[in-house]
Design a protein around this ligand. Structure first.
Ligand SMILES: Nc1ncnc2c1ncn2[C@@H]1O[C@H](COP(=O)(O)OP(=O)(O)O)[C@@H](O)[C@H]1O
Ligand SMILES: [Mg+2]
Length: 332
C-alpha cells in the first residue's frame, strides 16, 4: 500500500523478476528467486506465481475460456486438460456460463474475474495482484474484495496485493506494508499500523481511519487477573477483589472456561457458602475478533465484558476505561 509512485509495482515486479532487482534476495520455499537461472525462473513463473494486472491484460478476440486457459497453453498442456482446468477456474470466480463469450463483451468487473481466473487456472502458490480492483466501480470493487477474501479462505494461497487505497489494504491485508518514496515505511497488521505507526508519515497517513472498525476486542482487552475458581469460596473471592481494588471477579473452571461473575456487593450481601451461591452466570461476553464499534454501545452501561473463545475459554476482560483509552491514545 502506498501513494502512486511510491514503488509498489516496481517491488511487485521484482518478485517474479519482470523487473530485475539490483540487490537483495527473494526467498521462495528456501530458494533465492533473484539468482534463479532462466529455466528455473520460467518454472517459478509458470507454477508458483500467478499475476493479475489492473488493466486485465486480456486477449480480446479470444473467448473467456481461451483467455483463462492461456497460461496452461503456454505450459504445453493438452487442450482437454486446459478446458477442464479452465472451466474449474471460471466457475471459481463465478463466471460459469460465459466460457464462450468474447471478453470484450464483458463488463469491467467480469473482465477482472477473467484475469483472476487466468491466474488461478495454473494453481500457483502465490498470486501477485497489482491494483487489480482499482479500475472497478466502488460497488463492484467491494464485491470483488469480499470474493477475494472468501477465495483466500478457501484456497489458502499467499496473495501479494498492491493497492493505493488504504481502506482496501485494511480490509484485505493480514499484513500490510506501507511504502513511501520507494522505501518500506512499515510492515505490520492493520491494528499494528493503526496503534503503533512507525513514523510521522504513517501516522499522518492513517489519521483519518475509523479505528473502531479495525481495532478488536482482543487489542483492547486486559488480562483477566485475578480470577476465582469454582471450588473456591466467597470469602476468597471477596479478599481477591479487595486486594486488587476491583469491583467484580470472573469465575472459571479448571480449564479456564468462564462460568460466571461475582460482584463485591453480591459477595458481601448474598449469604452462601459456595461460589455458586453468590455468582451470577449472566455475563456479557464477546469474541476476540469483535470490532470496537460493536462493543462501544454495550460497554456504556455494562459491567466488564468477558472476551471468550468459541469453546468458552476466558481470554481477557474489557472495561469501559480500556475501550476509551485505546481510542484516545491513538489520536496523535
Ligand atoms: N526503490 C526504488 N528505487 C528507484 N526507483 C524507484 C524505486 N521504486 C520505484 N521507483 C521508480 O518510481 C517510479 C514509480 O514506481 P512504481 O513502482 O510504478 O510506483 P507505484 O506502483 O507505487 O505507483 C518508477 O519510475 C520506478 O522506476
Ligand atoms: Mg503501480
Amino acid at each position: 500500500m502506498g501513494l502512486s509512485g511510491s514503488g509498489k509495482s516496481t517491488l511487485l515486479r521484482c518478485l517474479n523478476r519482470l523487473i530485475e532487482p539490483t540487490a537483495g534476495h527473494i526467498i521462495l520455499d528456501g530458494e533465492d528467486v533473484a539468482t534463479a537461472n532462466s529455466e528455473e525462473l520460467r518454472e517459478i513463473r509458470r507454477k508458483k506465481m500467478g499475476m493479475v494486472f489492473q488493466n486485465f491484460a486480456l486477449i480480446h478476440h479470444r473467448t473467456v475460456l481461451d483467455n483463462v486457459a492461456y497460461g496452461l497453453e503456454i505450459q504445453g498442456i493438452s487442450k482437454e486438460e486446459r478446458d477442464v482446468k479452465g472451466k474449474e477456474a471460471i466457475e471459481t470466480v463465478g463466471l460459469k456460463g460465459y466460457e464462450n463469450s468474447k471478453t470484450s463483451q464483458l463488463s469491467g468487473g467480469m473482465q477482472q474475474r477473467v484475469g483472476l481466473a487466468r491466474a488461478l487456472a495454473t494453481d500457483p502458490d502465490i498470486l501477485l495482484m497489482d491494483e487489480a480492483f482499482s479500475a472497478l466501480d466502488p460497488l463492484i470493487r467491494s464485491e470483488m474484495q469480499d470474493e477475494l477474501l472468501a477465495l483466500e479462505e478457501k484456497m489458502q494461497k499467499t496473495i501479494v496485493f498492491v493497492s493505493h487505497d488504504l481502506d482496501e489494504a485494511l480490509k484485505l491485508g493480514d499484513r500490510i506494508m506501507i511504502m513511501h518514496d520507494g522505501e518500506i515505511a512499515q510492515i505490520g497488521t492493520a491494528e499494528n499500523i493503526l496503534t503503533k505507526p512507525a513514523d510521522d508519515y504513517v501516522s499522518k497517513f492513517v489519521a483519518g481511519v475509523d479505528r473502531t472498525k479495525i481495532l478488536t476486542a482482543e487489542t483492547v482487552m486486559k488480562r483477566a487477573d485475578p480470577v476465582v475458581s469454582m471450588n473456591s469460596s466467597p470469602k476468597v473471592a471477596l479478599q481477591l477483589m479487595r486486594e486488587h481494588g476491583i469491583s467484580s471477579i470472573f469465575v472459571v473452571n479448571r480449564e479456564k472456561h468462564l462460568k460466571g461473575i461475582i460482584s463485591v456487593d453480591d459477595a458481601v450481601r448474598k449469604v452462601g457458602k459456595t461460589i455458586k451461591d453468590v455468582m451470577t452466570s449472566d455475563v456479557t461476553t464477546t469474541h476476540p475478533d469483535t470490532p470496537l464499534n460493536e462493543l462501544i454501545p454495550i460497554i456504556e452501561n455494562s459491567s466488564p465484558i468477558a472476551v471468550t473463545k468459541d469453546d468458552g475459554k476466558l481470554l481477557g476482560v474489557i472495561v469501559r476505561g480500556s475501550v476509551l483509552g485505546a481510542l484516545a491514545i491513538e489520536e496523535v
